[in-house]
Design a protein. Structure first.
Length: 276
């Protein structure tokens, strides 16, 4: 399960998404998230699904990789579905067993929430981490937040911390997997017993993981100091990014996508789907 987590990983490529300016990527990711949360109709969710599948096709990242990244959220999705099915009320009762009431509205909302979570994770990962290197992402965040420099906000330090934290997620996952395998070789069982016992079994994993993270952070800081690294004013870059026509064209497409999702709610809202 741990090896399936792809959060923070970068997959090099030559697709349109890979070549976009990092600042444009951050902006369209925000627009994409806004569009997902504004969707309140069947047609809107169908549009989101089609748009997300198009992003997967354009990015040239295999669907298997995307599916592996969804596995860690499987339990969260199942819990969300159960909550919506049993706690959502409506006018169309499908099943009644004692105090359990299942409505058609609850089933539909559970389906739409599942699609929303899947599209949110898949789309943002494709736009940002999967197709953007940590260095480019740092530069994009720093340039977007550059106006805050006039308020004496350490923009570069903030951008670098965010990117390093995201970059170290796969590293820490690998370290966790290695420590758990070492503990299993010593006879520790992580998959059986009560929840309390399994939680206690994780203590020998968390302590060396924390020490390893601190050691890695110290090594990284020492390496950066040895290379005389300094960010902010006066820092030079090998490749200075500049938005081109393709970047603005993709930005326009995402804005149109958000507008279409909002307008779709006027033609096929959720309550009409339940009545059908």
């Amino acid at each position: 399960m741990l090896s399936d987590i792809t959060l923070g990983q970068f997959f090099p490529g030559t697709s349109i998404l890979h070549r976009l300016d990092p600042r444009i990527k951050i902006i369209i990711a925000i627009i994409y998230i806004v569009g997902i949360f504004l969707a309140d109709s069947i047609s809107g969710f169908l549009l989101i699904t089609a748009f997300t599948l198009t992003l997967i096709f354009i990015s040239k990242i295999s669907f298997k990789t995307i599916a592996k990244g969804m596995k860690p959220l499987l339990y969260i999705i199942i819990f969300t579905v159960i909550v919506n099915i049993f706690w959502s009320k409506g006018d169309h009762l499908l099943l009644e067993i004692g105090f359990i009431h299942i409505y058609a509205e609850g089933l539909l909302i559970a389906l739409l929430v599942t699609l929303r979570i899947a599209a949110l994770l898949t789309g943002t990962s494709l736009i940002l981490t999967y197709t953007t290197s940590p260095t480019a992402l740092t530069d994009g965040i720093e340039k977007l937040l550059s106006p805050l420099k006039y308020l004496h906000v350490p923009v570069h330090d903030f951008a670098m911390m965010m990117t390093i934290a995201l970059r170290f997620v796969p590293t820490l996952i690998e370290e966790t997997d290695r420590i758990m395998n070492a503990q299993r070789a010593r006879g520790v069982d992580f998959s059986h017993g009560s929840i309390i016992n399994r939680a206690k079994a994780l203590i020998p994993v968390l302590i060396p993981l924390f020490l390893s993270a601190v050691r890695r952070a110290g090594d990284l800081a020492t390496a950066m100091e040895c290379r005389c690294y300094h960010g902010g004013d006066g820092r030079t870059r090998m490749n200075n990014t500049k938005p081109v026509f393709a970047d603005y064209a993709v930005l326009t497409i995402f804005v149109m996508f958000c507008v279409l999702v909002v307008l779709a709610g006027n033609y096929f809202p959720i309550y009409q789907a339940v009545q059908l």
